[in-house]
Design a protein around this ligand. Structure first.
Ligand code: PLP
Length: 413
């Protein structure tokens, strides 16, 4: 095992007061070198995260594991389950960790995402988006043919008929859930009678098997303030519970009643009938979620820790009050609020420029950075950031413990 040539502390100390410091003794590893060092699930060398080539995506394993455990503990206590959304991490290893911790399955947003998960050993998949084109319907039914645990959402009678025809052509019976609209009108059918009619149609179609319903209230997830969020989402999910009752009264399956997200995970059990939460962001957290406030901490949503960071290097420190880094829009996205420098105060970061990030110091800046130094950013919004990277470095105590392929990265169709 090669020991680290320089610790982070010495790395930082060695910058001293010099105006420009260029590392000479830190080895540094490219993405492909690190990948080659990860053999049969083990790193062949001891590599510090500070030696990774940047920009790159890191996940802190202790924080990731504690987020997954915290979610399981809360949903279990509340008598429901988690069915985490893989659109957030797109990484089969993380999906497997979630399943191992007790999740009843995973969700996917896109058929290509579902295919990538299945190809990497994950089979309990609920696809939460309706597939409407012949190509995608065919792919969904192909996947169902290979994987009997695949469940597809649908939100119209026309779509249900097309699904049934495609399933018949393949000689299978496909499992489906009805997507119910919580009022945002993004996807889903109107709750109550329209949703019931669709469920009855599904029940009557020869090649479909109704498993229940889903209702994802995206509009409530980032409402600031716990009470405000709670009132809004419970009100908006009331129609889904009415639909759940109608299904039951008509003898239709309500085995699955999925909904909710990271912002409402500890509220959703109060929606009667709901079986599981489709939580996504909780594994990583991000600046968008940190700002919404929690039940105990009104200002900061501290239920889960920010495990996902982007590592970036300072490229220029020659100008007063600012430095330029190598993580711009292509590494961080231009989502707002902007990414934040982990562990620092009195600094703001922007990534509006394609290739460059700008770190500005305020009067109370905790420190300043020099050329060649690296810093860590808490991401603005985790899902689109993950989609920018091929691999993610799993870090424990600042050491690279694993290199995870983001197998569904770019799977947006
Ligand atoms: C249908 C659906 N379910 C669940 C989620 C997960 O939400 P969150 O990341 O807020 O937990 C999303 C996110 O957009 C979604 O679109």
């Amino acid at each position: 095992m090669t020991k680290l040539s320089m610790s982070r502390r010495r790395f930082l100390q060695s910058t001293g007061a010099a105006a420009i410091w260029l590392p000479t003794t830190v080895k540094g590893y490219t993405a492909s070198e690190i990948q080659a060092l990860y053999v049969d699930g083990e790193m062949q060398e001891d590599v510090s995260k500070w030696e990774l080539d940047t920009p790159c995506l890191c996940v802190d394993l202790d924080l990731l594991e504690s987020n997954i455990a915290a979610m399981e503990s809360t949903v279990n206590q509340n008598g429901i389950a988690s069915r985490p959304h893989a659109k957030t991490h797109k990484t089969p290893v993380i999906a497997q960790m979630q399943l191992d911790s007790g999740s009843v399955g995973i969700c996917t947003a896109k058929i290509s995402e579902a295919e990538a998960m299945y190809q990497n050993g994950i089979d309990e998949i609920l696809m939460t988006t309706t597939n409407v084109t012949p190509t995608k319907i065919r792919r969904a039914m192909n996947l169902r043919q290979e994987n009997p645990r695949f469940v597809q959402a649908t939100d119209s009678s026309q779509n249900a008929r097309l699904l049934s025809e495609a399933a018949s052509a393949m000689g299978i019976t496909a499992d489906v859930v009805v997507d119910v609209d919580p009022g945002g009108h993004r996807t889903g059918i109107t709750p109550g009678a329209p949703a019931l009619e669709l469920a009855q149609l599904i029940d009557s179609l020869p090649s479909l098997n109704l498993r229940g319903l889903l209702c994802y209230d995206g509009g409530s997830q980032h409402v600031k303030g716990f009470e405000e969020r709670k009132n809004q989402t419970l009100e908006r999910l009331a129609g889904a519970t009415d639909t759940f009752d109608l299904f039951n009264q008509s003898g239709l399956s309500t085995e699955i009643f999925s909904g909710g997200g990271t912002g409402t995970y500890n509220i959703d059990h109060e929606t009667r009938g709901l079986t599981d939460v489709q939580v996504g962001s909780y594994v990583f957290m991000d600046a968008q979620y940190i700002d919404i406030g929690g039940e105990t901490d009104k200002d900061v949503y501290s239920d889960f820790a920010a495990s996902l960071t982007i590592l970036t290097t300072v490229l220029n420190d020659q100008y007063e009050g600012r430095v330029t880094t190598d993580a711009g829009a292509k590494a961080c996205t231009i989502n707002r609020p902007w990414a934040r420098v982990k562990g620092e105060t009195g600094m703001s970061y922007t990534s509006g420029s394609d290739e460059f990030g700008t770190l500005r110091y305020e009067d109370n800046a905790s420190r300043s950075y020099r050329v060649g130094e690296k810093l860590e950013l808490i991401v603005s919004h985790c899902d689109p950031v993950v989609n920018l990277y091929n691999q993610m470095y799993a870090i424990r105590n600042d050491r690279v413990e694993a290199v995870w392929q983001i197998a569904a990265r770019g799977m947006s169709a």
